[in-house]
Design a binder for this molecule. Structure first.
Ligand code: VG1
Ligand code: CO
Length: 543
């Protein structure tokens, strides 16, 4: 087993975005690409020598090869131990849990999350710090810096490790411990939730459909929902992780998970339905005749979490990303809890969770989580919902109706314009940024703007600043439009326009979303000049 030092040169563009470094798979597979990034990561954390790391991924194409390369590089760098999920699989929340449980120096998650997988699709690498959370900006900036000066990397020349066999083995002097990816995570869920209450629900005939979208949560959902909790066999569908996710986008939203929407709206609707994304940190919640928006789901969970054993003492506070609707703020205000507003991306919740300021947090993009790990957690959200329904005996739709009656309803939609020309998209937002101060007082599509600004965040725990986190326009009556460019795409630019309006009137609570938001949508389009500038008449994805 020989340690090789390979000469290389910096590769441009290795800058982690909202959640890790995401690129086309072929780019990741090109000579030295992955190796450069990993060597830069070692440098950014003060070397890997003597460290213990967790490693796993969502099973997408190149996951297995990348894992072998990283293990050989960890061994060449003198790592003490790498804890690897069997077959190099770990969902993002399970990896976060392992990092915390085993008190490691961090972990590497191989995933491009909700982006499609395959040789012509996307791949990604995320680094999580010892608290189990995504590396904060200061760390990702250091990694990026190191990628710009890497000149060589070290790697062992050896055969592949058999990652299908549980147990410990060695690579050079590094211990490689291959663990069941599900076991510790399932044990954590059993500590947080009243599994007996959920079992009673299923034994009483409650029906479930869980779509794992051919991604990593299949084995987790089968083990927990079917084998442990007694959901009928076959309740979990698309449960085998596949390298190309069955050719789909493993993104749990009404577009990508349309069959699930059709199912709950049809005659054979189950009582509860859910889906998760590529790496298992997102969730989509549906019930008979209803799709719950992620922002509403966060609010309902915040209002009812105390019904589950893990949260029976109440919540310290809640946090949401800025573009997420303000539904959860209303719950916090009513319950006297602190509510925080952070930039998009889970890395901004870490300090608040570590400091014990918040217990629950979430994003409009179908991410919800709590202080049990430092990532969003799709299956956790499903189990919390089931635990709550087990306690209240209500249906999903009745739960939402009761919530809206108590707090009013934040109608919400997000419009994505994908694969725009990057320069054009940036120019459109630059122009809008320049016009923000003049917008107040003007009306668009019959809606008067009351204020407009660009969101910047000062972390209340460590004082770090994040600038340019989205353009916000507030309208009279409480409606809002937010614009930002995605930081997870791999092609051109994706413009996200987040639209919401608050309704209290009891007779309007179940009005069609498109009708309630029609003016706000029109105003937001007009303000930014979306159609005129992009030539796009409609968004590619509406969630
Ligand atoms: C998107 C979502 C954001 C989420 C991020 C990572 O980022 O909007 O809320 O945290 O993906 O999620 P962006 O920059 O494309 O809007 V995951 O599940 O893809 O790691
Ligand atoms: Co994800």
């Amino acid at each position: 087993m020989e340690k090789l030092t390979i000469q290389t040169h910096p590769i441009a563009g290795q800058k982690p975005g909202t959640s890790g470094l995401r690129k086309k798979t072929r780019e990741f597979m090109s000579p030295h690409y992955l190796e450069n990034f990993i060597q830069a990561l070692w440098a950014a954390i003060g070397g890997v020598a003597g460290k213990t790391l967790v490693l796993g991924g969502d099973g997408r194409y190149f996951n297995d090869r990348a894992a072998q390369v990283i293990l050989r590089m960890a061994a060449a760098g003198g790592a003490a131990k790498v804890i690897v999920g069997q077959n190099a699989l770990l969902s993002t929340p399970a990896a976060s849990n392992l990092i915390r449980q085993r008190k490691t120096d961090g972990g590497i998650i191989l995933s491009a999350s909700h982006n499609p997988g395959g040789p012509d699709a996307d791949f990604g690498v995320k680094f999580n710090t010892p608290n189990g959370g995504p590396a904060p900006e200061e760390v990702t900036a250091r990694i990026h810096q190191e990628t710009q000066r890497v000149t060589s990397y070290s790697i062992l020349e050896t055969r592949d490790i058999d990652l299908s066999r549980l147990g410990a083995t060695r690579l050079g002097r590094t211990v490689i411990e291959i663990v069941d990816p599900v076991a510790d995570y399932a044990a954590l869920m059993a500590r947080l939730f009243d599994f007996d209450a959920i079992r009673r629900l299923f034994s009483g005939g409650f029906t479930l459909r869980y779509d794992a979208m051919h991604a990593v949560t299949g084995p987790y959902a089968k083990a927990i929902l079917e084998d442990t909790l007694g959901a009928a066999p076959g309740s979990v569908i698309n449960a085998e992780p596949q390298p190309d996710f069955g050719g789909g986008h493993p993104d749990p939203n009404p577009i990508r998970a349309k069959p699930l929407v059709d199912l709950v709206m049809g005659p054979d609707a189950p009582d509860f339905a859910a889906a998760s994304d590529g790496d298992g940190d997102r969730n989509m919640i549906l019930g008979r005749g209803i799709v719950v928006t992620p922002s509403d789901s966060l609010a309902v969970l915040a209002a009812n979490a105390h019904l589950a054993p893990g949260y029976k003492g109440g919540l310290a506070g809640v946090a949401r990303s800025m573009p997420t609707s303000r539904a959860v703020d209303r719950v916090a205000a009513a319950r006297g809890m602190d509510a925080y507003e952070t930039p998009t991306g889970w890395k901004f919740f870490g300090n608040l969770l570590d400091a014990g300021r918040v217990t629950l947090c979430g994003e409009e993009s179908a991410g919800t989580g709590s202080d049990h790990v430092r990532e969003k957690d799709g299956l956790w959200a499903v189990l919390l919902w089931l635990n709550i329904l087990g306690e209240t005996g209500l249906s999903v739709a009745d739960t939402m109706r009761a919530h809206w009656r108590a707090f009013g309803r934040d109608f919400y939609t997000r419009h994505d314009y994908e694969a725009l020309d990057k320069a054009l998209a940036e120019e459109m937002l630059d122009d809008l940024r320049a016009r923000l101060p003049a917008l107040a007082g003007q009306s668009f599509a019959g809606r008067r703007v009351t204020s407009a600004d660009e969101f910047a965040y000062v972390d209340p725990v460590d004082g770090s600043r994040a600038e340019r986190q989205g353009l916000r326009v507030h309208f009279e009556g409480g409606a809002r439009a937010v614009y930002r460019l995605s930081g997870t795409g791999t092609e051109g630019a994706t413009l996200r326009v987040y639209l919401e309006d608050h309704v209290d009137a009891p007779d309007r609570l179940e009005a069609p979303v498109a009708e309630v938001l029609a003016d706000v949508i029109a105003a937001a389009g007009e303000i930014a000049g979306i159609a005129a500038r992009t030539g796009r008449r409609a968004p590619d994805v509406k969630t």
